[in-house]
Design a binder for this molecule. Sequence first.
Ligand code: DON
Length: 304
Amino acid sequence: MTDFQNVIDKIHADLKDKVNRGLVASYIPELSNVDPHQFGLHLKHMDGRSFSTGVSQKAFSIQSISKVLTLAMALPLYSENIWKRVDVEPSGNPFNHLSLLELENGIPRNPLINAGALVVADILVSRLTNPKEEFLQYVRDLANDQTINYNYVVAESERLTGFNNFAAANLLKAYHNLENNVDDVLDFYFHQCSIEMNCEQLSNAFFMFANHGICTQGKHHLTHSRAKRINAIMLTCGFYDEAGEFAFEVGLPGKSGVGGGIVALLPHHFTITVWSPGLNPKGNSLLGMQALEQFTSETKLSIF
Ligand code: DON
């Protein structure tokens, strides 16, 4: 049996003092205050065991990782109609890229780039009575942790500087792919991105995707087929123009955020979350990618 504690402790020891650890995101001013030296991992296994190392209990901004959770909440509410409004192809472009959106008549390439996540946010704003409260409750239930919250300062910081997302939302609106006001959709989106969770909470929240769509807390199940599809989207689109590189180096479905978190999973086995705030030029955690590459190489546990 793999000694997961030993494996993640070794990864932590090997990488924790690396000098080249990327740059903390600064285009959302509030995120630039985070200490880049923090580094943590958490693994939750199907057999009930959990393993932690480093700074695994400190909450960080989940940012784009939230896009998987909004998609999981929207799918049962809007059903497969969602795929008429957002495609499932990798974009090969940065997360905030806009020109494809115009070329493809307002249908975003996939739900994990910003434009696609804005369409999913629009669906939740339409379908939920109190969208922000209900989405937060959904995340709390998935993680079985009622302490999880928005960071309103981060959400406001992004609203004040989120010109690219305003442009994306306006383009979507012009192509009749948003039902709600641009400001209402963006308000929801900036808040979903501002949610703070630690490595353990993220491993718990994503466990449903590794567990055939079944949330162990007994709430909010996904069908097996929808869990399969979301995992496929994470594999092909979870790292934007580095999705190929992540599949090549790591070989697991996963999702990154500019807060420096990465969640990855091996269906029917485990979820693993790593956090290191420094990003590589593509906006993915530099040490996080290296840690997961080392993990799948040493354990030989990947989908390939
Ligand atoms: O919309 C944005 O730019 C951020 N709220 C989220 C971007 C993000 O996390 C991309 N991930 N690597």
